[in-house]
Design a protein around this ligand. Structure first.
Ligand code: ADP
Ligand code: ZN
Length: 606
């Protein structure tokens, strides 16, 4: 294949001037009829790796994908670029299905998405036996491995793909595969000396930030205020906290909806659709949310509770910034969250599962508590070494994290525990230190203690949190039973004697303001915010008319480019990333007209 033809198609069909890392290798291998196995992170641009050959090769490219919810999205996206695409799955009505099969038989499809179970049907095999299949693609290929986290027995039927189609290339893609899963996939599919690509798992446009959680509600509101009108996910552990946070945000005027497995199917679908279609900005969700979400313009992911594992954290944050534009990932971390998670783990019946969960939790705690570049830690977790000293795009590398010495405050608490002979619980100790005048305090005469009221300068919440820290750092311990009391561990004695110190991590808010993550991540040129908002409104209007999600009309990246370049002619419009010939024809006039009017209203005429 000549370079010119390849790059021509990349530009005309997809509107891109360059390949992302590894895309070209994969595309060229497929065009040379070679099998491919590629591990690429979310947002790495896997679709283009097979959609481009699908356009160039004669016949239909068959894509086997387990995510029915995503098929429509993928097909809408491909069609928006003028690619002849369709899907076959159980959601189609008989008439619709017949139409797709008719198109397939008349060679009118470049791309056909099918669910794995269809692939096992004799009828389907008979149909594809009658048409020219150009290549076979297995999306989410980790589903074939029992070692992966998402094994689908249906996928095992794909083992005979290579035998069924001895003459066409088979390409398997996944965003998650350890080396063990990778080998398993290669074995199960029996790929023939495939090109194996493992892309870096680094997501350079994501900014990682871990903050000390002291007041999650206020912290969430503050974070959202910094990202007005942007799309984001807030992850919480329990259904109740999801509902509470969503209600709290709604009451404060944010456009937010909840999502968790306790909602009815209809409500879940409604809330997810509203988010995908930019009708609400924020989805507050348990980890039930995210699979099968292709929304490319998610600008932030906030973990308001500790994720279960580093892998979870990586996947959940990975949903941000698929379009390659800057996105922010913030984790609010408190040692106090750990006991709750331990509680659920301890209740697990399967011993292996329990040990695995505990190991994962320990690693994620270390990740959140230590002072190593977040990006480096994540990549090392996946067996990749990060080549740079400073990633310039995490709280550690930007030095926005601060360690606060709270030895004096800890001594106040410990002293109150000692003076009450280790016979009281956390609430009472806090009441002593803050000088509460309640009945229990008076009944015990604790208002006469030397430590009574010494910690008035902090709120009760602060002291509760510090107790959690002391528990987590094994300075004190809680007794078993219905009314647990606090008692000292050896480290407490050292602290009281002044032989040891205790530190907690805090974020220095002021410094943070200066080094705004959106400025530190360099991939976007400056653009006109006001024009961007107008373009966004137009995009939403077109998306509504056509019944597709806004990001399928144009990505945020494309609108940023327009708001930076002010294209005034079809020719310049084509230089905008993501504008190919079909999109130009379909949407070009409307966007050009808007930009034109904006320019003349603002005296920006050249
Ligand atoms: P993945 O499936 O690997 O998560 P996608 O195929 O959904 O990634 O692509 C993610 C985003 O990147 C999409 O918005 C897509 O249009 C964009 N993209 C893909 N390839 C390129 C490229 N070569 N240049 C610019 N943007 C690209
Ligand atoms: Zn870093």
């Amino acid at each position: 294949m000549s370079d010119a033809r390849l790059y021509d198609t990349l530009r005309k069909v997809f509107g891109f001037r360059e390949f992302r890392p590894n895309q070209e290798r994969v595309v060229r291998a497929i065009l040379a009829q070679k099998d491919v196995f590629a591990v690429m992170p979310t947002g790495g641009g896997k679709s283009l790796c097979y959609q481009l050959p699908a356009v160039l090769l004669p016949g239909t490219c068959m894509v086997i994908s387990p995510l029915i919810a995503l098929m429509k999205d993928q097909v809408d996206g491909a069609r928006a670029n003028g690619i002849r695409a369709a899907f076959l799955n159980s959601s189609l009505l008989p008439d619709e299905r017949d139409e797709v099969i008719h198109d397939l038989l008349t060679n009118a499809l470049d791309l056909l998405y099918v669910a794995p179970e269809r692939f096992t049907l004799d009828h389907f095999r008979e149909v594809i036996g009658r048409v020219k299949i150009s290549m076979a693609v297995i999306d989410e290929a980790h589903c074939i491995s029992e070692w992966g986290h998402d094994f689908r027995p249906d996928y095992l039927s794909l083992s005979d793909l290579v035998t069924l189609f001895p003459d066409i290339p088979v390409a398997a893609f996944t965003a998650t595969a350890t080396h063990r899963v990778q080998q398993d996939i290669l074995d199960k599919l029996a790929l023939r000396t495939p090109l194996v690509v493992r892309a870096s798992f680094d997501r350079p446009n994501l900014f990682y930030d871990i903050r000390f959680k002291d007041n999650p509600e206020a912290q969430l509101v503050a974070l959202l205020k910094k990202n007005p009108g942007k799309a984001g996910i807030i992850y919480r552990t329990s259904r109740k906290s999801v509902n509470d946070s969503a209600a709290m945000l709604q009451a404060k005027g944010f456009r937010a909806l909840p999502y968790h497995a306790g909602l009815s199917d209809a409500d879940r679908k409604h809330n997810q659709d509203a988010f995908i279609r930019d009708e609400v900005d924020i989805i507050v969700a348990t980890i039930a949310f995210g699979m099968g979400i292709d929304k490319s313009n998610i600008r932030f992911v906030i973990h308001a509770d500790l994720p279960k594992s580093i892998e979870n954290y990586y996947q959940e944050t990975g949903r941000a910034g698929r379009d390659g534009e800057p996105a922010q990932c913030t984790l609010l971390f408190a040692q106090g969250d750990i006991p709750k998670m331990r509680f659920f783990i301890d209740a697990m019946l399967d011993e292996t599962e329990r040990a695995r969960a505990l190991g994962a939790l320990t690693k994620v705690i270390a990740f959140a508590s230590n002072s190593v570049c977040r990006r480096r830690t994540l990549l090392e977790y996946f067996g990749e070494s990060y080549p740079h000293e400073n990633c310039n795009s995490c709280d550690i590398c930007l030095g926005t994290r601060e360690v606060v010495d709270c030895t004096r405050e800890a001594q106040m608490l410990l002293s109150a525990i000692v003076r009450t002979e280790e016979r009281f619980g956390a609430m009472h100790i806090v009441d002593i230190v803050t000088g509460s005048a309640n009945k229990k305090i008076r009944d015990f005469g604790h208002d006469r203690l030397k430590t009574y009221g010494v910690g008035k300068e902090h709120e009760k919440k602060y002291w509760r949190q510090l107790i959690d820290e002391l528990l987590a750092q094994k300075v004190i311990e809680k007794s078993e039973g219905l009314y647990p009391t606090l008692f000292l561990l050896p480290k407490a004695i050292q602290l009281l004697k002044g032989e040891d110190r205790i530190e907690i991590v805090r974020v220095e808010e002021k410094k943070k303001e200066k080094a705004s993550p959106l400025k530190s991540v360099s991939s976007t040129a400056p653009y006109n915010q006001e024009l961007f908002e107008l373009l966004r409104t137009l995009r939403k209007q077109i998306a509504n008319e056509q019944g597709i999600p806004p990001y399928i009309v144009f990505s945020d990246r494309t609108l940023h480019d327009m708001a930076a370049l002010y294209p005034r002619t079809a020719e310049t419009m084509l230089t905008v990333s993501g504008v190919g010939e079909v999109k130009l024809e379909r949407y070009g006039t409307q966007f050009l007209r808007l930009i034109d009017r904006y320019c003349s209203d603002h005296d920006l005429d050249q």
